[in-house]
Ligand binder design. Sequence first.
Ligand code: G3P
Ligand code: MG
Length: 237
Amino acid sequence: MISGHRGAAALAPENTLAGLQAAARSHLQWVEMDTQLCADLIPVMFHDAKVNRCTNGRGKVRELDLAQLKALDAGCWFGPQFTHERILTLDEALNACHEYGLNLNLEIKVHDDHEAEILVQQVAQTIASNGISADELVLSSFSANAVSHCQKMMPHIRRGLICDKLPKNLFALAGQLELFSLHLDYHLLNASLANQIKQAGLDLHIWTMNQPELVDQFYQWGVDIIITDNPPLLLKA
Ligand code: G3P
Ligand code: MG
């Protein structure tokens, strides 16, 4: 299966409604997006700690309130046709995913591990008040601490650990956190590791894989979901 990355980052500005629409147009079942807190503790969809790269503003997401973030243009940096895209709240993203029939791999983007708990708390509250069903979601994070808070606060929602290097205690950690899935940088994967992961009963997701010529190989190794910036390119393969 193919999942969009940050919406569909090669086709539309990342983590925006336009990205979700592009993913939906590719008839994807899954999309990955990042969430973090703004100054008024509302979870918003954004990857970087600062707004500088992906909006026309400057400053840290965590230090700007929702009104300030909503005033920014989150699309013009990507292309003039995306001018007026706004930063989404998590609640808005959940509504859009549900409307477009997209399941959401929600990456809990922890820029400061001291904030993992409050971030997960606010995400849990948003998910509960939104009413989206658990089977439309997977929660994932690079922070094992954040995943552990998810386990405590939202035990009914599937959890994945994202890895850009392999922890020594990978399978013990997967057991402790009762993981559904591992989300690996695709450079880390080989046939034997893929086999161990599948033997352990874990779903295997890889990111951010934009090379159509490698699709076959990864499927043969048992990869369940390829997270890519360019879904149509990989779907052709
Ligand atoms: O979910 C996997 C991938 O999104 C992790 O990397 O930096 O794009 O959030 P990043
Ligand atoms: Mg991400």
